[in-house]
Design a protein around this ligand. Structure first.
Ligand code: DOR
Ligand code: ZN
Length: 395
């Protein structure tokens, strides 16, 4: 069946323009005016964007499906405007062998969106990396949830040497010891050392969840280093700890209000916005688990930044779609253009809504932004040419 998305303000990479989009099967076949098809979707008043891509989610399957699974996690993704997400390897049984990687691909077939996987690097899985030949790797140099091993410096160097140079190795750099001054000093030191090593091998690296201005400034010194920032580090600080109690715990930790504002001042340098969607049910949070769900609130939060004149919408959409596709090597995604996969979202920029944790698609059913009033919501999602979400509901 052919579909035409009519009369919306379409994101065309460097500008928004009023256009129609014609879709046949799973592809975009034309962008123009007065296009016709069997089914017509009225997009007037809507922003028409490429399906968003999130390079950093924890969907917990297999192993901890009581926290999230590929169905609930991908429903949260679609409701938040993401048609592709890249899942982290810190599962209960981490994704560090080809068998576990292949198992995830199989399990994710039931998902509502595309799910790709970062492959975890350890001290002794060089052969598994080679056998699997993944698109990207994830290496933990700081404490995290789950059982990923912190690497020996010599293993880090060996992965840097062996993994194809033009594919990103994603790094969890930040240290989380209690004392802020100490953990920041350690984080900056680890980052400096990692950059030196990356330069030595002329390799691409990607720094996960940058949470301070200084980290961004250090990372920006190496042109093959890309970065991401999570919305919660832009919108929450230690000021919120009183209100949130154990629910404020996240790695990297929420920073001081001063650090938060300084992060906004370097936001322009960042390459991607990543949710770091890390769901834990209420009982687990009360018992000390770190992490927030983010898939369903991130776009609206970032649009708030646009509405408050803190950032530009064209810049933002690029950092949540085309640039992510570029960094992680996802052809035919991230851009509304002829021949590309028809992953398209319609966003009503005027729709006002309130975050209600218990009503979210994510299995954890709470959000650190519970009660917050936001403006801008995903109205319709077309995934590979099929309308999967319409009028704020799954079809
Ligand atoms: O807060 C976090 N939660 N930080 C991490 O590094 C891991 C994540 C999780 O998996 O829960
Ligand atoms: Zn994470």
């Amino acid at each position: 069946m052919s579909i035409v998305v009519k009369g919306g303000l379409v994101f065309l990479g460097s500008k928004f323009e009023k256009k129609d989009i014609l879709i046949e099967d799973d592809r975009i076949v034309a962008i123009g005016t007065d296009l016709k098809a069997e089914k017509s979707l009225d997009a007037s008043g809507m922003l028409v964007l490429p399906g968003l891509i999130d390079p950093h989610v924890h969907l917990r399957e297999p192993g901890e499906t009581y926290k999230e699974d590929f169905v609930t996690g991908s429903r949260a993704a679609i409701a938040g405007g993401f048609t592709t997400v890249i899942d982290m390897p810190n599962n209960k049984l981490p994704t560090i062998t080809k068998a576990r990687y292949d198992e995830k691909i199989e399990l994710a077939k039931k998902a509502k969106c595309d799910i790709l996987f970062h492959f975890g690097g350890t001290d002794d899985n060089f052969d598994e990396v080679k056998k699997t030949n993944p698109q990207s790797m994830k290496i933990y140099l700081g404490e995290t949830t789950g059982r990923m091993f912190l690497l020996d410096p010599s293993s880090l160097e060996k992965h840097f040497a062996l993994f194809p140079k033009d594919r990103p190795i994603v790094l969890h750099i930040s240290d989380h010891s209690e004392d802020e001054e100490k953990n920041l000093a350690k984080t900056y030191d680890t980052l400096q050392k990692t950059l030196i090593l990356a330069k030595k091998y002329d390799r691409r690296i990607h720094i996960a969840h940058v949470s301070t201005k200084k980290e961004m400034q250090i990372a920006a010194k190496y042109e093959k280093c890309t970065t991401e920032i999570a919305p919660h580090h832009l919108f929450l600080s230690t000021k919120d700890q009183k209100r949130l109690g154990p629910f404020a715990k996240v790695y990297p930790p929420l920073r001081s209000e001063q650090q938060r504002l300084m992060l906004w001042s370097v936001l322009e340098k960042v390459d991607c916005i990543a949710t770091d969607h890390a769901p834990h049910p209420i009982e687990d949070k009360e018992a000390g688990a770190a992490g927030f769900a983010g898939l369903e609130t991130s776009l609206a939060l970032m649009l708030k930044g646009c509405n408050d004149d803190l950032l530009d919408k064209i810049w933002l959409v690029d950092r949540m779609s085309a640039n992510v596709a570029h960094i992680f090597g996802l052809p035919k995604k991230g851009k509304i253009q002829k021949g590309n996969l028809a992953d398209i979202i319609l966003v009503d920029p005027k729709k006002e809504w309130t975050v209600v944790g218990s009503e979210l698609e994510t299995k954890c059913h709470w959000s650190p932004f519970d009660g917050m009033k936001l403006k801008g919501k995903v109205h319709t999602v077309i995934k590979s040419g099929k309308v999967v979400y319409e009028d704020y509901e799954f079809v």
